[in-house]
Design a protein around this ligand. Structure first.
Ligand code: ADP
Length: 279
């Protein structure tokens, strides 16, 4: 009797292990398929974008609006595809950080300056303030740009004209603290719990007009955690939100401090695409 039970258990374990391997294999195939498709989509889209830019240089003024609509909507699609690619990479742990010693204060300031026209065009005031002039530390510049652009574009999306966005930098106990604070619509208490979760787009009242995939903040959190940092949200529904980032000040040994390469303005166009006029 005991032999039968034991034999059945062993067979069951082997069956489950085999099933599990099969599921893992299918999952891998699906992920690879998804990655190939999204990369392909991005390549096609980049061709459309570059072509529309070229056409825009030569067309009659009457067609300018159409070309602009084409570009703005292409940037919106590019944002979605980039987020899908990054989300898949993060979920499958394909991401590694490209850490370089750099001046975090200058990098953040440069991003704020680069998007300040977009924000001011919406009638929102943008203020940058820092307690420290310079802090050289190791971080992935492109990821910090993505984080800041997401927080700033959200701030601009959910703050009405006449509002204010403040970006402040401090240093405390070997950590760099970056605050992005707006006095916009704010986020309801119960929704704050899952705001950093994937796929949980918070849709309600005034904010629902802005579509979006709800991937942005989950990526922001992942990128910050890859730096061993943290992000906290303080928000009062109706009076604004503050996203508070802390990053440990680490350095890479034997690494020269990088000069700041110019910020890629195209990245800002992609992130702010939802704020542009769609037609
Ligand atoms: P998406 O990728 O679609 O832009 P995010 O993950 O960046 O989505 O943001 C998710 C949701 O969180 C937004 O749709 C919005 O409802 C809410 N949210 C994010 N930032 C703010 C903010 N500063 N003020 C009010 N709501 C916000």
């Amino acid at each position: 009797m005991l032999y039968v039970i034991f034999g059945t258990l062993i067979t069951l374990i082997f069956y489950l292990l085999k099933k599990n391997r099969e599921l893992e294999r299918r999952d891998r195939v699906k992920t690879e398929f998804f990655m190939n498709i999204t990369h392909d989509m991005r390549n096609h889209l980049n061709i459309i974008l570059n072509t529309s830019k070229l056409i825009g240089l030569n067309v009659d003024k009457s067609l300018n609006d159409r070309i602009n609509a084409l570009r703005k909507n292409s940037y919106g699609l590019l944002k979605l595809i980039n987020n899908l690619i990054d989300m898949t990479k993060v979920e499958n742990k394909f991401y590694s950080l490209n850490l370089e010693n750099n001046n975090i204060v200058a990098v953040v300031e440069e991003i704020v300056q680069s998007v300040s026209d977009f924000i001011k065009d919406k009638g929102i005031d943008i203020i940058f303030d820092t307690e420290i002039e310079e802090r050289i530390m190791a971080f992935d510049k492109e990821k910090i740009e993505r984080i800041m652009l997401n927080l700033l574009s959200n701030g601009a999306k959910f703050t009405p004209s006449g509002g204010k966005i403040r970006v402040n930098i401090y240093e405390k106990n070997s950590e760099i603290l970056i605050s992005v604070k707006d006095n916009g619509v704010g986020i309801e208490k119960e929704k704050q719990k899952y705001i950093f979760e994937r796929y949980k787009q918070v849709k309600e009242g005034a904010v629902s007009e802005y579509g979006g995939s709800g991937i942005g903040l989950s990526l922001v959190k992942s990128f910050i955690e890859m730096h061993d940092g943290q992000i906290i949200l303080n928000s009062n529904y109706g009076s604004g939100s503050e996203f508070f980032i802390s990053l440990p000040c680490k350095m890479i040994n034997n690494e020269e401090c990088r000069n700041i390469n110019k910020f890629n303005v195209e990245m800002a166009m992609v992130e702010f695409s939802e704020l542009m006029d769609k037609n």
